[in-house]
Design a protein around this ligand. Sequence first.
Ligand SMILES: Cc1cc2nc3c(=O)[nH]c(=O)nc-3n(C[C@H](O)[C@H](O)[C@H](O)COP(=O)(O)OP(=O)(O)OC[C@H]3O[C@@H](n4cnc5c(N)ncnc54)[C@H](O)[C@@H]3O)c2cc1C
Length: 327
Amino acid sequence: MAINKTRVAVIGSGPAGLTSALYTSRGQYDTVVFVGKLLGGQISTTHEVENFPGFPDGTTGPELVEAMRAQAEKFGTKYVYDIVTEVDFSKGSPFYIKTDGGEEWLADAVIVTIGANPRELHVPGEKEYVGRGVSYCATCDGFFFRGKEIIVVGGGDSALQESLFLTKFASKVTVVHRRDELRAGVSLQERAFKDPKIDFIWDTVVEEIKSDANGVVTSATLRNVKTNEAYDKPVDGVFIFIGYDPNSDVFNGQLATDAAGYVLIDQLYRTNVEGVFAAGEIHDSVFRQAITAAGDGCAAALTTIKWLQDREDQLQPLDNVMVEAGD
Ligand SMILES: Cc1cc2nc3c(=O)[nH]c(=O)nc-3n(C[C@H](O)[C@H](O)[C@H](O)COP(=O)(O)OP(=O)(O)OC[C@H]3O[C@@H](n4cnc5c(N)ncnc54)[C@H](O)[C@@H]3O)c2cc1C
């Protein structure tokens, strides 16, 4: 069986991955992007993007992704439309990568850009109405809710921080929390309790999100977990802030992470494994924007290029390696 070889493997095809690939392939290093389940990552799931520079009239997630994909391809980036299921970073460069399609690769350098996923409520209507009233990002979508009534689901720091931010746009922000007290820090709680635009509904979960005939959110079905009473609350938007899960499981402990699973990097985007770099939401639990992920991707690629340049004399030709089946 042949093992494929590449100079650079980019794991993930969100803004971080596609930007990394643009830079490394334009820098004349053979680059393969392992796309994963979702070409373009999270941004591909949104209908309106108004805050990515260069688009004065805004764009859509799929259009932005296709432009990024094609731009990297123009400089030679190749795409493997598989999910990476296994990596071996233990022996150093070249690094072994295996996909769910059975492909095996060796890469001199790896840029990890596999992102994080916002935690979902898993209720009817949630997936269907993302971008039509359901959101996981106040910075991205708050502007679309000027003068509207929204609910925020969650009780931690990010739920309250984003609620306070959303009061700039919404006429009313109601925080729906499944317990009778918040996990958020005390000063955030004080600010939120004082804000005349923010209300709280305690001991309550969202059971369903409903829309009009055009698929635009009109209400949420709420249930009080203590009384079991359920009712429909008219709302224009449902913002969900119940945490994020970084996709670091596939590395099986080979990359150093923080307690939440975010990959740790230094200022030059280097992980604890020499030759493996990381960019975007797999390391960034703070900014969570397409442009910051793309900027990270650029920076990680520049470090990768420098790292490969410094060991140019050790790089082997990229012919496929033949190994016996079962090796
Ligand atoms: C609904 C929605 C709307 C948003 N709107 C905006 C907006 O308007 N403006 C803005 O700036 N930001 C917006 N964001 C945030 C933005 O999309 C993210 O910050 C950005 O996509 C992060 O990029 P990333 O490349 O780090 O990771 P991600 O976008 O999370 O991409 C991760 C990539 O890794 C791949 N992957 C995962 N596991 C594997 C694996 N095992 N093997 C191979 N590949 C794998 C996935 O398929 C995906 O391609 C929005 C997010 C959401 C969810």
